[in-house]
Ligand binder design. Structure first.
Ligand code: HEM
Length: 474
């Protein structure tokens, strides 16, 4: 008989059902390539709360909105950020996304007001200027009928430009800006590969270990270290220049350098500002870019929804440059993006670690378990959504929203760790979509399959090649 693998934290009694023994080992191996597929299949087989054994811990997957609410909202004090954030912390330092406790609370209090409406007005200008530049001289300029363009790549460049301008105003330009994109991409992809390796993971958690300096010498580790170094350099350059000025500016760097804690009167330390900048660069561009990319794909598959969107944009925006107020005047365009994020959420799950034992759906969740909330599966739950696999933006029109459980749709997460940039992201997605759609229609290329890569965010595996068709203007 094959012995059962032990669950290191807390034993097996009354934990949620799921693969055990050799099946658990097979499950873990299958997740090294793709995480989303295996965990989705696990919940389909064992139920909306399932568990297995991975990396010496109980791994619990939650795929039902009320259970998700328990983890992320009602009992959120019992859950801290999960293992996958631990490696991210090496890259980001203790920024908003990765920090915990008092430090997180203080930073959130300082940073949240920077996303209030009065600042979003300034940020909107950065968004539309970056898009005009992309259309005039960047990745979306001069496309003729039938030209093939990698829409995902173009969106990555554009959203990085937007977040760069919102963070650094005009400072991030030319050579510096060109360094940021590739470095960010290496940090994300190599970082995730390394995080999946158990030895790296164990090393990363040893006290006093600075993995930015002491990773081994294989090419991936060297590439990762170089990329982290390049990002650090950009941030150092920008901060040094800015600190030398009297006027700190109305972009995020300026706001961060000027803000003070109302209780203590203290500002943010330089290393804290650097950690937040790194966090915003990472959290703020890849997600929005994937949201837009998947939306272009859904629109190509649903020409009626697309025609309706074009009609709305042509009527509301015409040849004007849109502003912040226009984001509310384009309800169909917004609904299209929201429906795209229901079916293909850029953040397809969020991970937590249980501090103490909890009970979910009648099962025991032992202290120390990794708990994954499967946003993608929750957003396709047939008990909440009619025709859950179908693309139907009308679900998100204001008149059709009532009566839906809050956590049935949560592309920006939930609870106190909900995305601080969600309003920024939605305004950005709507305005970019409007400006790009005045110029072009993008069609999928027949016979070219678009596969999903669910390693970091949910993105198209080999880019998103599409055919551009310029739209008649006027
Ligand atoms: C469509 C675009 C976006 C999506 C889908 C998205 C999604 C998310 C999700 C799901 C979380 C919660 C993670 C968790 O609970 O573990 C999160 C957190 C966060 N996001 Fe976003 N995000 C987007 C855009 C942005 C933008 C544009 C920014 C900044 C400009 C941003 C900055 C952050 C930060 C700083 C956090 C951490 C907040 C905290 O823990 O206090 N995000 N995001």
């Amino acid at each position: 008989m094959i012995p059962k693998l032990p669950f290191i934290n807390g034993g097996e009694e009354n934990i949620p059902p799921g693969p055990r023994g050799l099946d658990a080992a097979r499950f873990v191996i299958s997740t090294t390539r793709d995480f989303l597929g295996p965990v989705t299949r696990m919940c389909a087989e064992y139920g909306p709360v399932a568990s297995t054994y991975s990396r010496g811990r109980t791994l619990v997957v939650v795929a039902e909105h009320e259970m998700a609410r328990q983890v992320l909202v009602t009992n959120q004090d019992n859950y801290e950020k999960g293992m996958e954030y631990e490696l991210l912390r090496i890259v980001l330092g203790n920024g908003l996304l990765t920090s915990e406790g008092e430090l997180w609370r203080r930073q959130r209090t300082l940073v949240q007001p920077m996303f209030a409406k009065r600042h979003l007005g300034d940020f909107t200008g950065y968004m539309t200027r970056a898009t005009s530049d992309a259309l005039e001289e960047g990745p979306l300029s001069g496309l003729g009928e039938g030209d093939v363009v990698d829409v995902n790549r173009a969106m990555m460049e554009l959203t990085l430009d937007v977040v760069g301008r919102a963070l650094f105003g005009a400072d991030l330009s030319g050579d510096t800006a060109r360094k940021v994109g590739p470095a960010m991409n290496s940090v994300l992809t190599l970082g995730v590969k390394m995080a999946r390796r158990l030895p790296t993971f164990i090393l990363a958690n040893l006290p006093g270990m600075d993995l930015r300096k002491s990773f081994g010498l294989n090419p991936e580790n060297v590439g990762f270290r170089r990329a982290v170094g390049a990002l650090d350099e950009v941030i150092d350059e920008v901060l040094a220049e800015r600190e030398s000025r009297d006027e700190k500016g109305d972009d995020l760097v300026g706001l961060m350098l000027s803000v003070t804690d109302p209780e203590t009167g203290e500002g943010m330390s330089r290393s804290q500002v650097a950690a937040e900048l790194m966090t915003f660069m990472l959290a703020g561009h890849e997600t929005t870019s994937n949201a837009l990319s998947w939306t272009f794909r859904w629109l190509s598959l649903n020409p009626d929804a697309r025609d309706r969107m074009f009609a709305e944009i042509d009527e509301v925006i015409g040849d004007r440059t849109p502003g912040m107020e226009d984001a509310d005047r384009l309800p169909w365009t917004r609904a299209v993006i929201e429906e795209s994020m229901r079916l293909t959420p850029p953040v397809f799950m969020v991970g937590r670690k249980a501090r103490e034992d909890d009970e979910i759906g009648g099962y025991r969740i032992p202290a120390g378990s990794s708990v994954m909330v499967l946003i993608r599966m929750i957003q396709k739950d047939p008990r909440v959504w009619d025709n859950p696999e179908g693309f139907a933006p009308e679900r998100f029109l204001p008149e059709n929203r009532a009566g839906r459980p809050t956590q049935a749709y949560m592309p920006f997460g939930a609870g106190r760790r909900i995305c601080v940039g969600s309003t920024f992201a939605m305004i950005e997605a709507v305005l970019l979509m409007a400006m790009i759609s005045r110029r072009y229609r993008f069609d999928l290329i027949p016979g070219v399959p678009i596969e999903e890569d669910a390693s970091v965010t949910l993105r198209p595996k080999n880019g998103l090649p599409m055919v551009a068709i310029p739209r008649p203007t006027g």
